[in-house]
Write a protein that binds this ligand. Structure first.
Ligand code: GLN
Length: 493
């Protein structure tokens, strides 16, 4: 294996070199920082902690020499700026939180650090994770390394671009309605959104609390498994985190048989997801990946998710409703931005929020406040909650007859920056990711090659029943052992 440029390697290979003493963590972190420096035009990072990362790398090397064998010791990664960090600002892509320093680390940030990982910085994102193109960041849009005139997807667009451009081997993300899976698909990397409740939300700046879930973006399913097994698990500080043991996912992947690893696995294909609105080149690439899964032993079945088209209206009521409540804390009093000039308290609130929030965030606060208001609550919010339950019921019925569900992540490949000026056009592109989010299911995007017309990455989405992460990662790992799509490198690199 060549390691002249360790940034081209994934976590697994970097880890092996570190363990063998063929590479030091300081060398590795220096190499990643050089790449980050050379890629500022991607705008993937909002904060780079070069000195702290190098100091942590030196400490990791010393610890290894003294016998420390923590699973992630000395490995670099980046955190989406939605996670609060004691040593770095956390802004959630918003002017409202410019320069905000948290007094504590998010649980997942702390757990990854405890396992030995080194955080090199914070990645750009749509403001408060609202968006699907990373054009809603107060710190400017992120470019997709595959074609810098296109969007990287969102809202974890900075993490996706950083991993795709080899600025870091892996990064954290958050997914409320697709924000890990969709940018992973558009940047040609692997991203997993775990079951709601698997990873602690403590210290994850809230968007829609009943949907928000932390996850991982990396260049392979195995690398995602490596990080997920140490960041997941019960946290007494998040009452929705589930108290059950977390399997060692990497052991499950390593135990898959080499021959026909997916023998007996039944994969359902929702007929509603392969219908109108799906770009031909996406359908073609997804079908190609499905044929590979079949070759690996899986059986493909036709299934129905009849409430699919209700996912968009239901999500775009529930998520803004929760957002309007969560974002009421940004009032200029407790923390964050405060307007400089105001006559009284009411004017201070209004001026602070008018200055601090961007247009999409304001739009959602207005929608959310409306659907929760007396007189409209029953017609919109309550109705959306009922639809959410029906969508979850559709999945439960489907999973009675299959082990995984597969389909596209996004109806199209990455679009040109500025092409979707109408917010509704963005919302409609979430059609395949929102249903799984509303049902709290784990979902993953794995590369399925390049679109034959655009030459841009296409993702295959896999969904599993609750807490089916091992099965989900196993199927993606088997696919990645048999194909090279996850090894494709952006031409600009
Ligand atoms: N695109 C969706 C939205 O704008 C999902 C965002 C997310 O998952 N954070 O709400």
């Amino acid at each position: 294996m060549s390691f002249s440029d360790p940034t081209l390697l994934g976590l697994r290979e970097q880890r092996e070199l570190l363990a063998r003493g063929a590479l030091s963590s300081v060398e590795l972190v220096q190499a990643q920082l050089r790449r980050i420096d050379a890629a500022t035009e991607l705008n993937a990072f909002v904060h780079v902690a070069a000195d702290a990362a190098l100091a942590a790398a030196a400490a990791a090397d010393a610890a290894r020499a003294a016998g420390d064998a923590r699973p992630l010791l000395g490995l670099p990664l980046a955190h989406k700026d939605v996670f609060v960090t004691r040593d770095m600002p956390a802004t959630a892509g918003s002017k409202m939180l410019a320069g905000y320093m948290s007094p504590f680390d998010a649980t997942i940030v702390r757990r990854l650090a405890d396992a030995g990982a080194i955080s090199v910085g914070k990645t750009n994102m749509d403001e408060f994770a609202m968006g699907s193109s990373n054009e809603n960041s107060a710190w400017g849009p992120v470019a997709n390394p595959w074609d810098r005139t296109t969007v990287p997807g969102g809202s974890s667009g900075g993490s996706a671009a950083a991993v795709a451009a080899r600025l870091v081997p892996a990064a954290t993300g958050s997914d409320t309605g697709g924000s890990i899976r969709q940018p992973a698909a558009m940047c040609g990397i692997t991203g997993i959104k775990p079951t709601y409740g698997l990873c602690s939300r403590f210290g994850m700046i809230a968007f829609a609390s009943s949907l928000d879930q932390a996850g991982v973006m990396a260049r392979s399913a195995w690398d995602c498994a490596l990080l997920l097994q140490d960041m997941a698990g019960h946290d007494a500080q998040d009452s929705t985190s589930v108290a059950q043991p977390v399997p060692r996912y990497t052991d499950a992947l390593d135990a898959l048989p080499a021959q026909r690893p997916l023998e007996g696995l039944r994969i359902g294909l929702p007929r509603e997801w392969f219908a109108d609105g799906l770009a031909d080149e996406v359908a073609h690439a997804v079908r190609g990946a499905l044929a590979e899964l079949e070759r690996l032993g899986a059986t493909l079945l036709d299934i129905a998710l009849p409430r699919t088209e209700l996912a968009i209206p239901a999500y775009y009521i529930v998520a803004p409703a929760e957002a309007s409540s969560n974002l009421s804390r940004y009032d200029g009093v407790r923390y964050g931005h405060r307007a400089a000039a105001y006559a009284d308290l009411a004017e201070m609130y209004a001026a602070t929020r008018a200055e601090g929030f961007g247009a999409e965030v304001k739009r959602r606060i207005l929608i959310g406040t409306y659907v929760l208001s007396h007189g409209y609550y029953d017609a919109y919010y309550l109705q959306a909650q009922k639809i959410r339950r029906l969508i979850a019921d559709d999945f439960a019925a489907a999973f009675a007859g299959c082990d995984l569900i597969a389909g596209p992540v996004s109806p199209t490949v990455a679009w040109a920056r500025g092409a979707k000026a109408d917010p509704l056009a963005n919302y409609l592109a979430d059609i395949y990711t929102l249903p799984g989010s509303l049902a709290g299911l784990p979902g993953l995007s794995t590369p399925a090659g390049l679109g034959r017309d655009s030459g841009l990455p296409v993702g295959l989405q896999l969904l599993a029943p609750h807490f089916g992460e091992a099965r989900l990662l196993g199927a993606a790992h088997a696919l990645q052992c048999a194909t090279d799509w996850h090894r494709l490198v952006p031409p600009t690199l």
